[in-house]
Write a protein that binds this ligand. Structure first.
Ligand code: EPU
Length: 430
C-alpha cells in the first residue's frame, strides 16, 4: 500500500487475533541457517520483514517452502558460502543475525550492514562486535560489508554487555550455539523474543540456560540438528491493539496473546483509567474510559514498558486529562512522530529523551507521514480517534511489522482503507 485513509471517531468493538511475533521470527529464521538439516517454523507472521528475510536466504541457496497457514520449511543445506550481501540485507535490521548464524555454521561470515527503522541517529553494532570478538572472531567492516572470521571454531567467552541489547544478545547466542565451550552473557536482554530464540536453539540441540534472566549460559555443541517450532505471539501487535481500543473508547478482546508479556503495557493502561482483564489463558479484554488520566511513561528494557510502545502511549496521553511525560531510556531520538501529532492539534514538547504531553480535548485528522514502524502504528491509532479524515503516507514501514493491520482494524469497526501503489499510479495518470 502507498497510504492509509482513516475516517476517525469509531470506537473499536469485537475481537482480534494476534499474529506471530516479528522480533522473534527475524531471530529464529536465521537460526535455521546454522544447520544443514530441515527446520519447520510455525506461526510465522505475514509481514514484509519476514518476506525480505526469506528472499535473503533463498539468494544464499536455501530452500524456503511455504507449507501454508503461517508454516514454513527451511532447508539451508544448499548454502555453500557464508556470504549475505544482497541488496535486501539493508532493508531490515535483523539481517545482521546472519553474522552469528553463519559464524556458527561456517566459522566465517561476509554480511552486508543492516538497515531497519531509523530513529534519527545511527544504531550501533559495537556490542555485537565486542561479544563476537571475545569468542575469537576477527571482525572487519569495509565498504558496507562486515567480515567475521575465525581460526577453527569460536570459543566460549564471558561477555558483559554495557547495555542489555536485544540484537547483541541474539547474535552472541547464535554464534555461541556451536562454539567450543561455554559462553556467558551478562546483562543480557530479557525480551520474550530472546527466550523464544533460546527455545528454538534448544530444540536444535543447543544447551542454553537462563534465557529471560540477565545471565544467559550457552554450552556450545559441535553442530545443531533441525527443529520444529511455533513462534510466540506478538507482544507489540497486541499492545498496539490495546492502545487502539483505549484511544477510541471501545472494547475489544485480543486473542492468541501471552498475558504475562502484556503486563508491562496493561499496567500503564490501567493507570490511565483503561480497564484490562485476562479472559482465559490466552486472551485479554481492553475497555476504554470516558477520560484518560495523565501518567508518566518510561520505556526501559523488558520487563519494563517497551520502547516499541512509547509512540502509541504518547497518542493516548494526547487525549488525557493533564500533563504527562514519555521518556525513552532505550533510544535517545525516537520522537520524530511528534511533529506529525502536532499537525493533528496535539500539544507535545520534546526535551532530550522526554516528550512532555499536554492533553487536548481532541485530535483532528491531517495528512501525515510515518517515519518508522511503531511511529506508523501510533499515527494509525491517532487517526482512528481523531475528528475527520487522516491520510498516512510511508505505510510500508507499518507493513514491515504488522500483519494485515487494515483487515484486522476493519473487522473491529474502523473506517480505514489502504490505497495501493497501483491505484494511486492510476489516479495520478488520470
Ligand atoms: N546499542 C548499542 N550498541 C549495540 C547495540 C545496541 O549501543 O551494539 C544500543 C542501541 O543504540 C540502543 C540500545 O542499545 O540505544 C538498545 O538496542 P537493542 O540492540 O536492544 O535494539 P535492537 O536489537 O537494534 C530490537 C528490536 C527493536 C526494539 C529494540 C529494543 C528487533 C529486530 N528489533 O532492536 O524493534 O526497539 O530491540 O527493544 O528485534 C521494532 O520492532 O519496531 C523495533 C525497532
Amino acid at each position: 500500500m502507498s497510504k492509509y485513509i482513516i475516517r476517525g471517531g469509531a470506537p473499536l468493538f469485537g475481537s482480534v487475533t494476534v499474529s506471530g511475533a516479528k522480533n522473534a521470527a527475524v531471530a529464529i529464521i536465521p537460526a535455521a541457517v546454522i544447520t544443514d538439516a530441515p527446520c519447520r517454523i510455525e506461526n510465522v507472521p505475514d509481514i514484509a520483514d519476514v518476506a525480505v528475510f526469506f528472499n535473503i536466504l533463498r539468494r544464499m541457496g536455501a530452500q524456503v517452502r511455504d507449507a501454508g497457514d503461517g508454516t514454513y520449511e527451511i532447508d539451508a543445506s544448499g548454502i555453500s558460502a557464508p556470504v549475505a550481501t544482497s541488496g535486501d540485507m539493508q532493508k531490515i535490521r535483523a539481517s545482521y543475525y546472519l553474522i552469528g548464524a553463519l559464524l556458527a555454521r561456517f566459522g566465517r561470515a561476509d554480511v552486508a550492514m543492516p538497515g531497519g527503522c531509523n530513529f534519527g541517529a545511527p544504531r550501533q553494532i559495537d556490542l555485537h562486535i565486542k561479544g563476537l570478538s571475545a569468542m575469537g572472531a576477527s571482525i572487519d567492516v569495509k565498504n558496507g560489508v562486515i567480515t567475521a572470521t575465525t581460526q577453527g571454531r569460536l570459543h566460549g567467552a564471558s561477555v558483559f554487555l554495557d547495555a542489555p541489547s536485544v540484537g547483541a544478545t541474539i547474535n552472541i547466542m547464535l554464534a555461541a550455539s556451536t562454539a567450543d565451550g561455554t559462553t556467558v552473557i551478562e546483562n543480557a536482554a530479557r525480551e520474550p523474543h530472546v527466550v523464544d530464540l533460546a527455545s528454538f536453539l534448544s530444540l536444535m540441540g543447543a544447551e542454553i540456560y537462563g534465557a529471560g534472566t540477565n545471565t544467559i549460559r550457552i554450552h556450545g555443541k559441535n553442530s545443531l540438528r533441525g527443529g520444529s517450532h511455533s513462534i510466540i505471539t506478538d507482544q507489540l501487535e497486541a499492545g498496539s491493539f490495546m492502545a487502539a481500543a483505549a484511544a477510541t473508547g471501545g472494547r475489544i478482546e485480543i486473542n492468541n496473546v501471552i498475558p504475562k508479556h502484556l503486563e508491562c503495557i496493561s499496567g500503564k493502561l490501567c493507570e490511565m483509567g483503561v480497564s484490562v482483564w485476562e479472559s482465559g489463558d490466552s486472551s485479554v479484554v481492553v475497555e476504554g474510559t470516558e477520560k484518560l488520566r495523565s501518567v508518566d511513561v518510561t520505556a526501559t528494557p523488558y520487563p519494563g514498558f517497551p520502547t516499541d510502545m512509547q509512540p502509541q502511549a504518547s497518542v493516548l496521553l494526547c487525549l488525557a486529562d493533564g500533563t504527562s511525560t514519555v521518556t525513552d531510556n532505550i533510544f535517545d531520538t525516537r520522537f520524530k512522530y511528534v511533529d506529525e501529532l502536532l499537525k493533528m492539534g496535539a500539544s507535545i514538547k520534546v526535551a532530550g529523551r522526554t516528550a512532555i504531553v499536554k492533553g487536548v480535548s481532541a485530535l483532528t485528522g491531517a495528512q501525515l507521514k510515518a517515519g518508522d514502524l511503531r511511529a506508523g502504528a501510533a499515527l494509525v491509532i491517532a487517526g482512528l480517534c481523531a475528528r475527520g479524515t487522516t491520510e498516512i503516507e510511508g505505510v510500508h514501514y507499518i507493513e514491515r511489522g504488522y500483519e494485515n493491520m487494515i483487515g484486522k482494524l476493519r473487522a473491529l469497526g474502523a473506517d480505514i482503507t489502504g490505497v495501493s501503489d497501483t491505484a494511486e499510479a492510476e489516479s495520478t495518470a488520470v
